[in-house]
Write a protein that binds this ligand. Structure first.
Ligand code: NAD
Length: 281
């Protein structure tokens, strides 16, 4: 049976270090603060917000929620975000996306300055990730995958990594973070031929397709490291990943569960980003 790489173990290890860092900042008179900006009240956003607040406050980071009506105009939201961005007491900003359809996200994403942009919304941060420049902020989920691998001492350098999914939220930035760590990357998508065979040839297989339990035993080889980024609801209404956990855990060497895997670590990476932003003053 595969070793289960639980998110909570990574979270606890990261927490110890972050609590110390926050204490040091507070001794210097810096109070790390995250602004959470939410338009409307989608259940997924609210659930992530609760998790983020719990994680950040548990470390000593202050969270301020800026909630706006679903019908807010572009002009009003622009004004609000500019004010939040200019607030010297706020070190990091997390803005829930996608925004309602009537708002122009392309304008909004440039408003949060790259130094306060905690989840790689600003294209300047995305460009830095693609340029291998670690001075920017990578998106939290791909970075959480790296934290899981590192915590479990999975070698990245020289490894063959196959990623299923090429979105700008997970697949593409994750491929760049792993490339920076000298892995050899294959990115798969809906048009990939011989998907199962390609996946079986990986040392590390990462599923970020958003398809419930699509990674069956046929995708996996003996001893492989399998990371499941997917968060799906199956036909029975249960939360599940992209990986068929029961089948895959009998073959793989290491596997992350859903829930309780990568998703759990994402808010710790968010907290890490806030501390980094606050440290830069
Ligand atoms: P997306 O829909 O934007 O992208 C999915 C990608 O997977 C696409 O590139 C598509 O080509 C590929 N794909 C889909 N079906 C495929 C198939 N059958 N074969 C091969 N490739 C296929 O999704 P996303 O935003 O990247 O999210 C992916 C998953 O990760 C979702 O389940 C999402 O809920 C989850 N997610 C989790 C976290 C977290 O914190 N753990 C954060 C973001 C997203």
């Amino acid at each position: 049976m595969a070793v289960v790489m639980k998110g909570i173990d990574v979270v606890n290890a990261m927490k110890e270090k972050m609590v110390r860092e926050v204490e040091e900042l507070k001794q210097k008179g810096i109070n790390p603060c995250l602004a959470i900006v939410r338009v409307g009240s989608k259940p997924d956003d609210l659930s992530y917000e609760r998790g983020a607040i719990k994680r950040c406050e548990g470390i000593g980071i202050t969270c301020r929620v800026f909630e706006y009506d679903q019908e807010i105009s572009q002009q009003e939201l622009v004004k609000e975000i500019k004010n939040i961005n200019d607030d010297k007491e706020i070190h990091g900003i997390l803005l829930f996306r996608p925004l309602p359809k009537h708002l122009n996200e392309d304008e909004i994403k440039y408003l949060v300055s790259p130094e306060k942009d905690m989840d790689c919304m600003n294209p300047i941060n995305a460009a830095k990730v693609f340029a291998g420049d670690s001075s920017g902020f990578a998106p939290c989920t791909p970075e959480a995958v790296i934290e899981v691998l590192d915590h479990n001492k999975i070698p990245i350098e020289g490894s063959r990594v196959v990623i299923i999914g090429r979105s700008m939220v997970v697949g593409k930035p994750l491929s760049m973070l792993l490339l920076k760590r000298n892995a050899t990357i294959t990115i798969c998508h809906t048009k990939t031929k011989n998907l199962e065979e390609t996946c079986r040839n990986a040392d590390i297989l990462i599923a970020a397709a958003g398809k419930a339990r699509m990674v069956t035993g046929a995708f996996v080889s003996e001893g492989q490291v399998v990371i499941d980024v997917g968060i799906n609801v199956d036909a029975a209404g249960n939360l599940c990943g992209d990986v068929d956990y029961d089948e895959v855990s009998k073959i793989a060497g290491y596997v992350t569960p859903v829930p309780g895997g990568v998703g759990t670590v994402t808010t710790s990476v968010l907290a890490k980003h806030v501390i980094r932003a606050a440290s830069k003053g």
